[in-house]
Every structure is written in C-alpha cells, then in structure tokens.
Design a protein around this ligand. Structure first.
Ligand SMILES: [Zn+2]
Length: 86
C-alpha cells in the first residue's frame, strides 16, 4: 500500500465508524479530522490528492456542491454519506 491507499482507507473508515450518516464535511475539515484520527499514517499531500479524487468521483459517498459542513458550519462543497447507505 502506498500513502494514497492509506489515505483512502482512512476516509472509508471515517465514514464507516464515525457517526457520519447524514453529515457532510468540507475538504478542509475532512483533512483535519482524518489527520487527527490517524496520527499521520500518510502524508498530507497524499490525503489532499485522495480528497480531490473523492470530490471528483465520490463512489459510495456523495458530493453536495452547496453542503453544510458539520464541523465549520459553512456552506461549501461537501462530502458525505447517504443516510440509507448500506
Ligand atoms: Zn468544514
């Protein structure tokens, strides 16, 4: 696994294990949360690259261009997980 794989894993873990259902986070706050919870298992550059990819192609997650970030409470492009996601 390279740095980006670790960052992807961390992102998937974050949305699986946090009480994240129905919440959404802007890229800056997601980066901050992930860095805090993973103690720098990957480089900041790798994390930024993975976040950029996720906003382009969210896969099981979803992107809302004018979402409300659960952390900074600002209306920004946000990444979240659908409430009914399995
Ligand atoms: Zn935010």
């Amino acid at each position: 696994m390279d740095d980006k794989d670790f960052a992807r894993e961390a992102l998937a873990w974050f949305f699986r294990h946090r009480d994240a259902a129905g919440k959404e986070y802007c890229a800056a706050c997601l980066a901050q949360q992930l860095t805090r919870h993973t103690y720098g298992a990957f480089s900041d550059a790798a994390l930024q690259a993975v976040l950029a990819e996720c906003f382009e192609d969210p896969g099981p997650l979803r992107v809302r261009p004018r979402g409300l970030c659960a952390v900074c409470r600002k209306h920004r492009s946000c990444l979240g997980i659908a409430r009914q996601a399995s």
